[in-house]
Design a protein around this ligand. Sequence first.
Ligand SMILES: Nc1ncnc2c1ncn2[C@@H]1O[C@H](COP(=O)(O)OP(=O)(O)OP(=O)(O)O)[C@@H](O)[C@H]1O
Ligand SMILES: [Mg+2]
Length: 490
Amino acid sequence: MFSYLRYFSAISLILVVVTAYFVGMYFRSIASEDLITLVEKNNAALAQGYINSTWKKHYNVLIRLWRIDVKRWGNYREFLEFKNETLDYFEEMPVSEINIYTLSGDLILSTDPSKEAASFNSEEALAFNMAKQAQNTSRILDDKEYYLTGGQVAYGTFIQTFTPILSDFYVPVVANNTQAKVEAVIELHYNITPQWEKLWNFQIVSMGGIVLIFVILITVLFVSSRKAEGIIAKQHEVNLELTAAAAAAEAENRDKSQFLANISHELRTPLNAIIGFSEILKTEAIAKLEHQYQEYMRDIHSSGVHLLSLINDILDFSKAEAGKLEVNISEIDGVKMVKNSMRLVIPRAEEAQVTLVEDMPDKHFTLQTDAKKLKQVLLNLLSNAVKFTPAGGEVKISARHNPADDSIVIEVSDTGIGIAPKDISKVMQPFGQVDSKLSRKYEGTGLGLPLSKKFVEILGGTFNIHSELEKGTTVTITVPRLFNRDSQPA
Ligand SMILES: Nc1ncnc2c1ncn2[C@@H]1O[C@H](COP(=O)(O)OP(=O)(O)OP(=O)(O)O)[C@@H](O)[C@H]1O
Ligand SMILES: [Mg+2]
């Protein structure tokens, strides 16, 4: 995109320079035409003044001289008088060269001492002929050599005008048309060097101004687009880095989950043997053991069971993380399932002197879901509630069907120690536990809540925890009544 800008700028710059040049030329040509017209009028007026004051006075003498070769006129006193008066007349005028010609093109006199005879180029010859037909003709002479008052040579721009010297009498040539009688032709060079330079400077300044403004605009555009380009490039780099980091993290996470899944699986086999054999020993050989060893036997068995449930949690969690957790859908009685789950924690609640309360609808509802997973979630929540509620407290479980979106809402609340708002996100992380003196006395691994949340999400539902320190905790889960594979998280 920005390379187009470069082309655009370069092409525009060329167009602007060319346009500015032509516009300048156009204005200059208009201005110079005006200047020529003005100077031509001026030259004609000068010539007329000269004709009236000097030419007419000497015309009678000149008529007499007319019959003699012009080259010999200089020998006549009358001619010299005429010449001096002519030079005097133009002395004060802003014209740098005056030449007067006879109609046959002979030079009568010139202010240029080096000029001895008429020497016309083709344009001048044309202008001279126009003057013979009583018309003024002017043109610009560029870079013309001329003499300053001190005698030095200078170069300048002049307007050369050929003006007819008209007699007072008009001779009809054709009917209804009159033609003035031309007696001679006068050529004047008017110095317009300063005006011409001003015009030229004006053209340069206006052209330069236009180009400069354009260059400033383009530079601003360029600089800002460069900056934008830089920002975009940087952003792109950051995006790439982020994508790479995310991919690396995901791969790492996947590897970790895979590792945990493998190791948990491998641990389960020997553990099952430990539990199985200790179970046999507990039931069949325990009577033969000493009392102390009977205790050890029970510890081996209960520790084995505890370890197995822990390994199963780790296995489930890593499978869920790796997206490999499978669901087993069946249709169940929701109310019954909730009641059964509650029944399982009754012994623990009694031991902890916590009251269990249930709030169930009269009408049973069925739901399609993974019963084992949902039950495990309820057990996790209920055991947390019992575990973190001091004696005398209350744990309540409620379930209801929400017909608005055909979902099941189950709520487990307690009047226990609660969780500080800053710790909520921590306890939702695997192995995240609130490390306070109060809670450290409770056993556990810190997998219950994150695993429950994962299960609920896999069942297409939502998991919400609300807690207040020393007041209690409420966990609300919502699952669709009918399981829909499409609504599972990716
Ligand atoms: N109902 C509750 N009241 C107060 N704190 C709770 C409650 N439920 C959970 N917590 C806090 O959240 C932490 C994490 O809970 P979670 O169920 O994930 O792990 P756990 O109960 O410690 O161990 P596990 O469930 O793996 O045996 C707990 O250690 C506890 O600090
Ligand atoms: Mg727990």
